[in-house]
Design a protein around this ligand. Structure first.
Ligand SMILES: [Zn+2]
Length: 136
């Protein structure tokens, strides 16, 4: 799938709980308690009941691959090519879809429905973030 735009989640007050979660190796997403529906972290209101007080709840961290795209960064100054990055749309076990990078994947092994597990990266600068690795 060409031209997939991967949204980057930023800490903006509404997503603090998400980044507090990733900093602690936990995947935290939105949930509507009355409906029992789960949503992506950037969901604002529940389409089922209109509730704008969605709660944050820990997700299992398991997902399946929906689609992905491979990007190649610019070569470094010395001409060496960076490894390709795999940007994916994954479906969490709870149902919401999430944009995230894949890690530790073999391009030839990528397929729709591939079982994935969340892993957390804690860069020296910036927010911790989640990426997904093959579940086995
Ligand atoms: Zn609801």
């Amino acid at each position: 799938m060409e031209g997939v735009q991967i949204g980057v989640l930023r800490r903006d007050g509404r997503t603090d709980a998400f980044f507090d979660g990733t900093a602690a190796d936990r995947l935290v997403i939105k949930r509507c308690a009355p409906c029992g529906l789960w949503f992506a972290p950037d969901q604002v209101a529940c389409p089922g009941c209109g509730d704008e007080e969605l709660e944050w709840a820990p997700a299992a961290g398991t997902a399946t691959l929906v689609t992905w795209t491979v990007t190649h960064g610019r070569p470094a100054d010395d001409g060496t090519a960076p490894p390709p990055a795999f940007l994916a749309l994954v479906e969490l076990a709870e149902g919401p879809w999430l944009h995230a990078r894949l890690d530790g994947v073999d391009r030839a092994a990528l397929r729709e429905g591939l079982p994935l597990r969340a892993a957390f990266v804690h860069p020296g600068e910036g927010e911790s973030y989640v990426l997904f690795r093959p579940a086995d």
